[in-house]
Design a protein around this ligand. Structure first.
Ligand code: CUA
Length: 310
């Protein structure tokens, strides 16, 4: 979606934050213009001129001091009331609700576990349109922060301390988010892509995600499947229908259906996948994805296999 995300809300929670931001911005703008105008008048009117007497000096003016204390105090009180209302609107209570989704921050990608269906996704999170989704946010390593500005507030992903957040998209579309807490070298490439779909499309997506892909039996893709098993990819990545069930790196069961790789550092194309496998650092320096010194033939075979994982 285009525009400044914070000013472009697609959920009631995000809208309440956006309105508060705009209201405070206008108050601040009014104060700024008033102060700038007064300073300008003072500079012109009381500037040093030849022969002009020294301006009258004021030492203490209780009435003025009370006025300039009361006005800001009143303004702050109004801002406080609106802020408390926004906090309630953007962060409804979770008591009695079970999370729909568990999102786990890793250095530097996002895991998404659908608690109802068992789907495991990475970086690209699908949700049904118009429904409040309760997300449990956790971390596998350091503190991250889950933020999709158009859909809701921010929330920290703290290791050992699950937090909760409601997100919702009232219009189908792709909403971009990011990790909003500095978490190491590739913090900037820890993007979130939320795909909001009509209920039937979302249900179809979940069914597709649960399908177990066939392991290719011949050709280059079969060679790729063998490399996946033998070259220790399997030590970190899961692919259903294979022996791979580790959750250190992203689940690759339906990798080919995703739009991005490396948490947004590159588009998911065969060419980018090839570069990623050959030299992950060329796409994302210091990524935890190791460089296995694959030959071109090995990398091509792996790409051929991964491309079958629709
Ligand atoms: Cu994760 Cu910044």
């Amino acid at each position: 979606m285009s525009g400044v995300p914070t000013l472009n809300p697609f959920s009631p929670g995000a809208a309440s934050i956006s309105h508060l931001f705009m209201a405070i911005l206008f108050v601040m703008l009014a104060i700024f213009l008033l102060v700038a105008a007064l300073v300008t008048v003072a500079i012109i009117r009381y500037r040093d001129r030849d022969g002009a007497p020294e301006a009258r000096q004021e030492f203490g003016n209780p009435r003025l001091e009370i006025v300039w204390t009361l006005i800001p105090a009143l303004l702050l009180a109004v801002v406080f009331v609106f802020t408390v209302r926004t906090i309630h609107a953007s962060d409804p209570p979770i008591a009695g609700h079970r999370p729909d989704l568990r999102v786990i921050g890793h250095q530097w990608w996002w895991e998404a576990d659908y608690l109802g269906s068992g789907v495991v996704a990475a970086n690209e999170i699908h949700i049904p349109v118009g429904r409040q989704i309760l997300v449990e946010v956790e971390s596998a390593d350091v503190i991250h922060d889950f933020w999709v500005p158009e859909l809701g507030r921010k929330i920290d992903a703290v290791p050992g301390h699950p937090n909760h957040i409601w997100i919702r998209a009232d219009k189908p579309g792709v909403y971009l988010g990011t990790c909003a807490e500095f978490c190491g070298n590739q913090h900037a490439w820890m993007r979130i892509m939320v795909v909001a779909q009509p209920a039937e499309e979302f249900a179809a997506w979940q069914r597709d995600q649960l399908a177990v892909p066939a392991v290719p039996e011949s050709g280059v893709a079969a060679e790729g499947a063998r490399i996946f098993r033998d070259q220790t990819c399997i030590n970190c990545h899961a692919i259903s229908g294979t022996a791979g069930n580790q959750r250190i790196g992203p689940d690759l069961t339906h990798l080919a259906g995703r739009r991005i790789i490396a948490a947004g550092a590159a588009e998911n194309t065969p060419a980018n996948l090839f570069s990623w496998l050959k030299d992950p650092d060329s796409i994302k320096p210091e990524t935890h994805m190791p460089n296995f010194q694959l030959s071109d033939a090995q990398a091509h075979a792996l790409v051929a296999y991964l491309e079958t994982l629709k």
